[in-house]
Design a protein around this ligand. Structure first.
Ligand SMILES: *[C@@H]1O[C@H](CO)[C@@H](O)[C@H](O)[C@H]1NC(C)=O
Ligand SMILES: *[C@@H]1O[C@H](CO)[C@@H](O)[C@H](O)[C@H]1NC(C)=O
Ligand SMILES: *[C@@H]1O[C@H](CO)[C@@H](O)[C@H](O)[C@H]1NC(C)=O
Length: 485
């Protein structure tokens, strides 16, 4: 879990922060631990420094620190925070006028020493709330033109310049070429990327970026497996640069949800499903499964393939509506490892709803999600048995409340949708390694491409998705579809 600590986070409207630092018994170790305590909370410090003009209160708590240690620690924390000002938070920027906003982007700082090109279009990323921070960094508000986004990376004392482009041509001369962030742009550029893949310049690192399941990307772009890359940035824990959608952190209390004596109280519905994708890009018999479940219990279905309507689907209104149900079907479109999206984390766990989950195998939920926070479809022999269990939990507040016990022991840290330009700093350590053609790997051999159930090159054809009758929930090592679908 701790490997994710460098993924940054900063609330949009910070009110106050407590930076708590604990000293250990061992005097020799204490400074080391203190420093870690501060750096893992560095964005809180950044928020503090950045809102010096606001009214933010910060408390440093120290236990019996010698004064020179304290001084050293403060110095490091302040230097760190000052550097972080170059990648300020949106909430703080929003309080500034357009000129200051521009100044933020071109704030005097070390000239960029590294240049990264991202293959994507402003029109595309403007529509994705996940990429809002990046869009803002690239958008010049004075005339709505596109500008480079400069990011200071304090861990490396380096400024990187990010440019966004829809032309593979513009990769030329940059230190890193990043593609996949917008599958739409990837599709349009795939022929040019194929050419790029056989002549990656010797000074360039190619970065594959994907927060989408490989099944979906492959269905769109069959040739994606042929492209080459050096470094991958995906939601997989095994990625070179791992950005999970979210994860559970035991012992952390960052979530601010109210704790209730009875989570069943006030619920007006039993179970709901909300979805816009009925079958086109769904790689298991999800719709049939939902229809079958609806035969055994009262299931409210929203969206294009449902009977009820709530739009826009990811709005606060619809998330609140989901909150009125006891259970929610958090069913991903793909049976792929670690592909656990905001449906699960935001619509359910942070929303006081018990998710009935499917997509990634249970092992992945056990590793990433809070213990006993969900019902996994693969635990049941049939849809009917699953329905019987849901109805049983519905009958017992005691059973239902057990699903919320984790809230007393830790927090769910959501890292996406909050993509920060500073995530790209994590590419820097890879620039010295494999570059050019010699170190390039084929996407079809990547962990990401091979993270789904069965053989992806067979499965892109939708007629290869089994019917419910021929389908069994995925159990790792038991029914991986090695030779079938
Ligand atoms: C930029 O675009 C937004 C949204 O389309 C618009 O409201 C705003 O007036 C534009 N600003 C300028 C300076 O053109
Ligand atoms: C996957 O299926 C394709 C097409 O049927 C086949 O060419 C390929 O060898 C298979 N790959 C694996 C790893 O089984
Ligand atoms: C998908 O599979 C069906 C039946 O197996 C076949 O008739 C069809 O041509 C395939 N489509 C593609 C795009 O390969």
């Amino acid at each position: 879990m701790h490997s994710y600590a460098s993924v940054d986070d900063c609330p949009t409207e910070p009110k106050h922060y407590t930076v708590a630092v604990h000293q250990t018994e061992d005097q020799n170790m204490s400074f080391r631990r203190l420093y870690i305590g501060v750096t893992t909370r560095r964005l809180s410090i950044q928020c503090f420094i950045a809102s010096v003009f606001g009214s933010l209160i910060v408390l440093f708590l120290f236990n019996e620190l010698s004064s020179d240690k304290l001084h050293h620690l403060q110095l490091r924390a302040w230097n760190f925070a000052r550097n972080r000002l170059n990648v300020q938070d949106r909430g703080i920027k929003a309080n500034m006028g357009p000129d200051e906003n521009k100044a933020w982007n071109s704030r005097p700082q070390a000239a960029p020493s590294k240049h990264f090109a991202i293959l994507a279009e402003m029109d595309v990323i403007s529509k994705w709330s996940e990429l809002e921070e990046m869009y803002r960094c690239f958008l010049d508000p004075s005339d709505n033109s596109t500008r480079p986004c400069n990011v200071f990376c304090p861990e490396h004392s380096t400024t990187i310049e990010l440019i966004i482009t829809k032309n593979v041509k513009d990769f030329s001369g940059t230190d890193a070429a990043i593609f996949g962030l917008s599958p739409f742009t990837l599709l349009k550029s795939v022929t040019k990327l194929m050419k790029y893949s056989i002549q990656i310049p010797p000074t360039q690192t190619a970065v594959l970026y994907s927060m989408e399941s490989p099944l979906r990307v492959h269905k769109w772009i069959h040739r994606v497996g042929d492209l080459k890359y050096h470094v991958d940035l995906t939601y997989l824990p095994s990625a070179d640069i791992s950005v999970p959608y979210a994860y559970y952190q035991p012992g952390s209390f960052e979530n601010t949800f109210e704790r209730k004596a009875n989570y069943a109280e006030g619920k007006t519905g039993l179970i709901a499903w909300m979805g816009s994708n009925c079958a086109k890009e769904v790689f298991w018999p999800r719709m049939e499964f939902i229809e079958e479940l609806g035969r055994h219990l009262p299931l409210d279905t929203y969206g294009k393939c449902g009977k009820l309507t709530c739009l826009p689907r990811l709005s606060t209104k619809c998330v609140n509506l989901i909150g009125t149900y006891k259970f929610y079907l958090a069913l991903e479109n793909s049976e792929c490892r670690d592909y656990i999206t905001e449906k699960f984390w935001v619509s359910c766990l942070l929303n006081g709803v018990v998710p009935v989950v499917y997509g990634a195998p249970k092992e992945d939920f056990e590793r990433l999600a809070p213990p006993n926070s969900y019902i996994h479809v693969s635990d049941f022999k049939s849809v009917e048995e699953l329905a019987t269990y849901i109805l049983k939990v519905d009958q017992s507040d005691e059973l239902y409340n057990k699903f919320f016990e984790w809230r007393n022991h830790g927090s769910v840290l959501v890292k996406y949708p909050k993509m920060q330009p500073s995530y790209f700093c994590r590419i820097l350590p890879f620039l010295q390694g494999s570059r050019g053609m010699s170190g390039a790997k084929q996407i079809r051999n990547s962990k990401w491409f091979n993270s789904c159930r069965g053989n992806i090159t067979r499965r892109f054809n939708i007629s290869q998705v089994p019917t419910l009758k021929d389908w069994k929930p995925w159990k790792l090592g038991v029914n991986d579809y090695k030779d079938g679908f």
